[in-house]
Design a protein around this ligand. Structure first.
Ligand code: NI
Length: 184
């Protein structure tokens, strides 16, 4: 089922999300719905707060990039209770966008290498060192679980430049190709 995506201005996007336990109701269905919603909106990542749930669940697909990066073929993963333990590596600048910020694309600087812990869909714990594009997507998505969005990482000047677009969202007048839940 495709769910509406919560847009900038929705308070849930600014909450610190909670870890969940294996008895969380209908988790498999929730994850399936998140994948469907993400793919339908042409996103590569989706965090549960973006569908209105303040819980630590994220889906990531890198399959759309597999034409250029064959190693990403069929990369579809759900991350439960993820936490970033360490950000390291070279600082790299890359343009980011977000389904909760339709029409905004800005360059964000992030470390190229991270150490993360998370559980898979079966609540098996993993700790990994991740580099490159996946490290970028993970930092963006896991930020959502701490109430952060990528625009928090841009300069005051750039923020000023996108103020008009943000205000449009706060007025509930943003447009996109997918279903959204705006504040008004
Ligand atoms: Ni995002």
């Amino acid at each position: 089922m495709i769910l509406p995506i919560y847009v900038y201005g929705q308070p849930v996007l600014r909450k610190v999300a909670e870890d969940i336990t294996p008895d969380y109701p209908n988790l498999k269905e929730l994850i399936a719905n998140m994948f469907e919603t993400m793919v339908h909106a042409d996103g590569v990542g989706l965090a549960a707060p973006q569908i209105g749930l303040p819980i630590r669940v994220v889906t990531i697909t890198l399959d759309p990039l597999s034409e250029d990066y064959p190693e990403f073929k069929d990369f579809n993963k759900a991350y439960i209770n993820p936490h970033i333990l360490e950000v390291a590596g070279e600082e790299v600048s890359m343009e980011e966008g977000c389904l909760s910020l339709p029409g905004i694309h800005e360059t964000v600087k992030r470390g190229d290498k991270i150490r993360v812990k998370y559980m898979d869909e079966n609540f098996v714990e993993h700790e990994e060192v991740v580099e490159g594009y996946l490290a970028r997507v993970m930092q963006h998505e896991f930020d959502h679980l701490d109430g952060k969005m990528f625009i928090d990482h841009i300069s005051a000047l750039r923020k000023q430049m996108i103020k008009g677009k943000l205000n449009t969202m706060l007025k509930g007048k943003a447009r996109s190709s997918y279903k959204m839940k705006q504040v008004k």
